[in-house]
Design a protein around this ligand. Structure first.
Ligand code: SF4
Length: 540
């Protein structure tokens, strides 16, 4: 029996895609190999969010060539969607499958490993490829056009299968775990793609339009996880706050079609051309958004229709933290007190150049509202330094906004130019050394804020879940408000407890589990949440 191995790169969404691919390979009767060196088929599920991510994928292909020269390598994911020809040119790569056809990757790898199947015979293959190929040729990628021609005529040497991502409506996902060594908090992707066009971001062009997993499917997945014994589930997406905007269904109408005007010269980059072509070639297709479903509705449905004990909401853009969502998160004992709100910059001018949809004062207002509603919540943000043209004064605006706001942690990124995005063509690229120094400054501020937050919890009682079975002296847990804690004593994984914070050691809180009146451990037993269905909304 053939064995497969999947190596995932990048964000949680990519990990969730990888988990779904794994399910598909297993359903097709393949066996999971313990390591890439033992597999006949190796899938590299790539990321392309930075230049570094691209380099990692190429290095992995070279390493595979050394340790397992006979394996067949299928490269998929965001890098495969963005630059398939680059990957196809690397020695050892057998297939390049874009995100557009990722849901068929197992089918492609297993069919083609026993005999070539022309792309046109794959469902949707014929209709999706031509517009994309035409656009790529038009913007100067003749080699890719040849690859597709070879593919369509059945030439095994060039199995590149990449289509128009904006025509893509599949949502590939299976629950994954937050960290490799952790098996207690599955992450469920409920939304994919993005309709925003932040000028630095390549994601919309490699993941396509925003689409949501329907509520009933989310409920079914959560129930399955609860039945399997999981007590905390994280819901995530590429742009999670937009969940539901495309529901109840992605429908198409041949009536009342409004033609998309041609792109203006300023947006006629490769990706702009690809996107506008997709809209034009959609012809009579029109996406109809039903605007009555919101993330807050999904969360209320999870709380009222499942026995899940703890729901954690991952990153939500500032505009989508509505009063209703903040109120629900604050009022429900079953929602983790944790808000991750991407910020990117504290400078109005930089935010405008980034094409972000909010201004610094909107952002500030949201964070203060969240803090007021949830005084001990974790509040985190993504911040980018070194965006093209970022002056010292603009960076200072970001620095002072971070100092002023009650963040408990930050993810600081250094801008990385992605070919084809509008920002990559903007003047004033910031020297690497300057960007690195700005990154260092913000990390230092973030470390100070995190330490102050941890200190403020000493002497209080916090809720926490054990992440894995502990040693004799202590067990590692994650608090409701997203801090790592060592709780004294040996405890099994997946125990949900209240613990008193007795001190801190570096980045860890030190805690002691609370006990009942007779000295018994005060675990929260599974099922306690049934009495805590969806609470009334408390307006922040
Ligand atoms: S919101 Fe902006 S940064 Fe986030 S995925 Fe969409 S385009 Fe990219």
């Amino acid at each position: 029996m053939a064995r497969f191995y999947i190596e995932n790169f990048g964000c949680r969404a990519t990990q969730a895609d990888g988990a779904a691919l794994e399910r598909q390979f297993l359903e097709r009767g393949l066996e999971h190999a313990g390591a890439a060196r033992d597999a006949e088929i190796v899938v590299l599920n790539t990321c392309t969010v930075t230049e570094g991510a691209d380099k990692d994928a190429r290095a992995s292909i070279r390493r595979l060539q050394r340790v397992n020269p006979d394996c067949r390598i299928l490269v998929t994911g965001c890098y495969a969607q963005r630059a398939p020809e680059e990957l196809a040119a690397l020695p050892g790569v057998t297939w390049v499958v874009g995100n557009s056809h990722k849901h068929q990757a197992a089918e492609i790898a297993t069919s083609l490993s026993v005999g070539f199947v022309p792309l046109a015979e794959l469902p949707g293959g014929q209709e999706r490829i031509p517009p994309f190929r035409k656009e790529r040729e038009r913007v100067g990628h003749p080699a890719l056009g040849q690859l597709f021609k070879a593919q369509l005529s059945g030439d095994r040497t060039s199995n590149v299968i990449v289509g128009d991502i904006f025509a893509h409506t599949e949502l590939l996902a299976a629950p994954v775990f937050e960290a490799a060594n952790e098996r207690t908090r599955p992450n469920l992707k409920v939304q994919d793609g993005c309709d925003n066009r932040c000028s630095f971001c390549v994601i919309p062009y490699v993941r396509g339009q925003s689409r949501s997993l329907p509520s009933e499917r989310v409920i079914a997945e959560v129930r399955t996880l609860v039945e399997a014994g999981y007590r905390e589930v994280v819901i995530s997406g590429i742009n999670l706050g937009r969940w539901g905007r495309d529901l109840p269904a992605v429908r198409y109408s041949s009536l009342a079609v409004r033609e998309t005007p041609p792109e203006s010269p300023s947006t006629s980059s490769f990706f702009g051309a690809q996107e506008s072509a997709a809209k034009r070639t959609a012809g009579s297709e029109r996406r109809i958004a039903n605007s009555d479903q919101r993330l807050v509705d999904l969360i209320r449905a999870i709380l009222s229709q499942t026995a899940l004990e703890r729901l954690r909401i991952s990153s939500v853009e500032p505009m989508d933290w509505s009063d209703e969502l903040i109120g629900l998160a604050a009022a429900s004992e079953r929602i983790a007190k944790h808000a991750h709100v991407p910020m990117q910059s504290g400078s109005d001018r930089v935010l405008r150049r980034m094409h972000r949809k909010y201004r610094p004062w909107h952002y500030r207002e949201k964070i203060l509202k969240i803090r007021k509603a949830m005084p001990t919540a974790a509040i985190g943000a993504d911040v980018m330094v070194g965006f093209p043209g970022e002056t010292e004064a603009e960076f200072d605006e970001t620095r002072s906004m971070i100092e002023e706001l009650p963040f408990t942690y930050l993810h600081v990124f250094t801008y990385s130019a992605r070919p084809g995005t509008p920002a990559a063509e903007q003047p004033g690229q910031v020297p690497v050394a300057v960007a690195r120094e700005r990154n260092r400054v913000l990390r230092e501020i973030a470390a100070g804020k995190k330490a102050a937050f941890m200190r403020s919890l000493v002497g209080t009682v916090v809720g926490a879940i054990t992440l894995q079975s502990g040693g004799a002296e202590f067990t590692e847990a994650l608090t409701d408000n997203y801090l790592k804690m060592k709780v004294s004593g040996h405890h099994e994984a997946n125990r949900w407890m209240d613990a008193k914070v007795e001190g801190m050691n570096g980045e860890m809180l030190m805690g002691k589990p609370m006990v009942g009146p007779a000295g018994e451990p005060a675990w929260r037993e599974p099922g306690w949440s049934v009495a805590h269905a969806a609470p009334p909304i408390v307006v922040a």
